[in-house]
Design a binder for this molecule. Sequence first.
Ligand code: FAD
Length: 492
Amino acid sequence: MTQHPSLVWFRDDLRVADNPALRAALAHGPTVALYVLDQDSPGIRPLGGAARWWLHHALVDLAASLKHLNVPLVLRRGPAAAVVPQAAEDCGAGHVAWNRRYGGPERDADSAVKAAVRAAGRTAESFHASLLHEPWELATRQGTHYRVFTPFWRELSGRDHRNPLPAPRGQESPRGIQAALESDDLADWGLLPTRPDWSGPLAEAWEPGEAAGHRLLEEFVGARSGRGAPTGPAGLAAYPDTRDLPARGGTSRLSPYLRWGHVSPFQVWHAVAGHRRDAPEGSAVFASELGWREFAWHTLYHRPDLGTANLRPEFDAYPWHRADGGDSRAGGADDDGDARALLAAWQRGRTGFPIVDAGQRELWATGWMHNRVRMVSASLLVKNLGIHWRAGEEWFWDTLVDADAASNPFNWQWVAGSGADASPFFRIFNPEAQAKKFDPDGEYARAWIPELGTDGYPEQCVDLAQSRAAALEAYREAKDAGAFEAAARGRA
Ligand code: FAD
């Protein structure tokens, strides 16, 4: 009997262990793997520059891991709804499998693929792999989705989370299949930067891929260095004390590995749960950070417009600058030209506020920024400089190696005050006070700003007290205009 092959479609799950779609495909029979560079399906957001760099290396790593399993990886480009059914046709697949995604355009694309695959007489199956729980499984007593983190987390953390699946055993070489399937050459996708090639510091900071992600996880949860280790991961036990100190490397740096699916949330959850006894506080605080990741993705599932619309529509009346040549309003900048100059200063790490500038330079060089610094930097942009959170979100989208469609806009809206369970608008981070508290010796700032303390370092680009007052006034005016109440009534 000839067995129809299976096609497993990889997306944000670039790993072989704990990959239910891959296991299912292999259980069906000879398996071919597919990755589609889809920048063409309606609404799919093109990847940013740092993400493209990561993806290139992640695919090299995935191809090597799959090779050990004798599973060929085929690369194709184009809209998924056309490319995936065609690849299934080309290899005569009887079965197509993938792990689910949760963004609006991605779900639309997946539905179209499912319909086309089934219409051609094949089976199509999707699996749960990237979140601890499916967004539709959690609901408040009123049957709505959670808008507040604490009850969301209470429910999520009280549930069981399945154990991670081991890496599958490989297959006999799938003779005949590979020849029939044409694959793009990864180099032709042009994911790596050239002219100029700015990726040197990224490559020094990161090793994309599944094995590197697991090494990092093991180092972090297993670190014995305890509290106050000056270099290397301080580990789970020290996490509550060190996670807010950007100079200390106290966080796991797992975000890009979770973003690309090199490690799964189940693997992280269970690795951390294994340390509940020896690091009770650290494992609880760290697990709740995974909870914020879940909360962001569940929010995106229920609000596919998270990246483009204020979740609290009353913020539509707030006079943010777009800094994109469009409208110009009140706030730190007086006109759109000013706003664009301030946005550029912020992007390049030349605002005159060392903690912000160090963060922006860390981001530019390495594709990552410490969470505390992300919050301070985002607050300066949206509150003191009066620039719309979408301008900041777009910059992060292009420069972060961990940028994703949920966590990035979710956190920007959290800082701006317009989001789910957001920080209240009047809580405006003061970058000087934050630096005193979280970078007291200026170690982080000095590490990223060599000219700090010399004439070459810029003056502060905005008066903190004045811009704070202007932001609060703009907020009050928007409220007084009745827009907030009207919008809130409209929602109720
Ligand atoms: P750890 O402290 O070790 O946390 C462990 C994991 O928990 C992280 O890897 C991440 O997956 C998750 N996590 C922690 N904090 C958050 C959070 N606030 N929201 C969602 N997940 C969280 N994170 C992204 O993964 N992608 C983004 O695009 C992103 N954009 C952000 C934009 C802004 C303005 C801000 C303030 C935060 C953003 N974050 C984003 C959240 C957070 O800054 C990063 O997840 C964190 O810095 C990653 O470092 P880590 O892995 O060492 O974190």
